[in-house]
Design a protein around this ligand. Structure first.
Ligand SMILES: Cc1ncc(COP(=O)(O)O)c(C=O)c1O
Length: 380
């Protein structure tokens, strides 16, 4: 089946007891046993829950993986994956990953004696040069947050396979509609379902998709042991959101492309970061490995933090808020918001300047969005 059909049907089916078309919300902590030692397939909702299972199966089908797991947040999904590793293991990560991912690695997991190297993932010899005898994992995010850098997934997987490393791809920005990392050989896909998969700015959630029975078994074990699972109601909301993922992504992209093109022509805009633009350094790779470029556009305003602040104070249709991937257009300032947990010098090295602004282009009329940007830029 094709993507649009899978998004609506996979993991679901009429409820076997009532015929309900919509997946029921199994809001229960526990399940009654049929007999001593005999369940109907479920015993306790931390371990497994039918509404969660519907979402997990759906995401696994969309990503083309072995199994899916739904977590209480993207960070819960990431924290759980980190527990595949042991003290003394080393991870190579992209240097401009989401600020919360950086914080988890640097300020939490390091205390458990995991080691991290952050680097720009655009050069084979740089990545190979960072591999140590204790390296176990390569972590990529593509397009990255907030600079929309594109990682050549095939190249990273090729290196990882040569050195027997696990590859993890955070596919939050692209979604499986635009990129399926597993098709290129990635071992684990992680999502903040808070973003496009749910798509309506009303859930915090995460997901992991595995590719082997061994990884499936271990992630299932960790999810249950660590209790990082998503609630049935949140799973139901994400399942509902995914039904329209394909049409939403198409429209997000159409609006984002128009906005990126508009911004490129503005004298107050120093630089636009959008992989769909020919000027973007990752454009060719994005064209090759993705079906589209997504709905996030970042740009640098002339005049640094002051100009950026005036711009942010004056938007009317865009809302000044963290997060992305919903129907509502949002704007944020990475240096003080999503990436504030990165030390200033690291932020600067990575290219997250004080004048950088990130737009999550929503599904309002693109003309209203451009008019809003125009009047806010007048204030910058
Ligand atoms: C790319 C990416 N990964 C992971 C996360 C973390 O997800 P959550 O906020 O659902 O914990 C975010 C949140 O912004 C993100 O943008």
């Amino acid at each position: 089946m094709r993507f649009e059909t899978l998004a609506i049907h996979s993991g679901r089916g009429p409820d076997p007891t009532t015929g309900a078309l919509a997946t029921p919300i199994h809001q229960t902590s526990t399940f009654v046993f049929e007999d001593v030692g005999v369940t109907r397939g479920y015993d306790y909702s931390r371990t497994a829950n039918p509404t969660r299972k519907a979402l997990e199966d759906c995401i696994a089908a969309l990503e083309g993986g072995n199994a899916g797991f739904a977590f209480s947040s993207g960070m819960a999904a990431e924290t759980t994956i980190m527990h595949l590793l042991k003290a003394g293991d080393h991870v190579i990560s992209g240097d401009d990953v989401y600020g919360g991912t950086y914080r988890l690695f640097e300020m939490v997991m390091k205390d458990f004696r995991l080691e991290f190297t952050f680097l720009r993932m655009d050069d084979r010899s740089r990545i190979e040069g960072a591999i140590r005898p204790n390296t176990r994992m390569i972590w990529i995010e593509t397009p990255s947050n907030p600079l929309l850098n594109i990682v050549n997934v095939e190249m990273v997987v090729d290196i990882a396979k040569r050195y027997n490393l696990i590859t993890v791809a955070d596919n939050t920005f692209a979604t499986p509609y635009f990129l399926r990392p597993i098709d290129y050989g990635v071992d684990l896909v992680v999502h903040s379902t808070t973003k496009y998969l749910n798509g309506h700015c009303d859930v915090i959630g995460g997901a992991v998709v595995t590719t082997t029975d061994e990884l499936t078994e271990r992630v299932q074990f960790l999810l249950n042991a660590m209790g990082t699972c998503a609630s049935p109601f949140d799973c139901w909301l994400v399942l509902r959101g995914i039904k329209t993922l394909a049409v939403r992504m198409m429209q997000h992209e159409e609006n984002a492309a128009k906005i990126a093109t508009y911004l490129e022509k503005q004298p107050k805009v120093k630089m636009v970061f959008y992989p769909g633009l020919k000027s973007h350094p990752g454009h060719e790779t994005a064209m090759r490995q993705m079906e589209g470029f997504g709905g996030v556009v970042s740009f640098e305003i002339e005049g640094g933090v002051e100009a950026a602040s005036s711009f942010l104070r004056n938007v009317r249709v865009f809302s000044l808020a963290e997060s992305l991937g919903g129907v509502d257009s949002l704007v944020e300032h990475p240096a003080t918001m999503s990436h504030a947990s990165m030390p200033e010098d690291v932020r600067r090295d990575v290219g997250i300047t004080d004048g950088l602004v990130r737009l999550s282009v929503g599904l309002e009329s693109v003309d209203d969005l451009i008019e809003d940007l125009e009047q806010a830029l007048d204030h910058a």
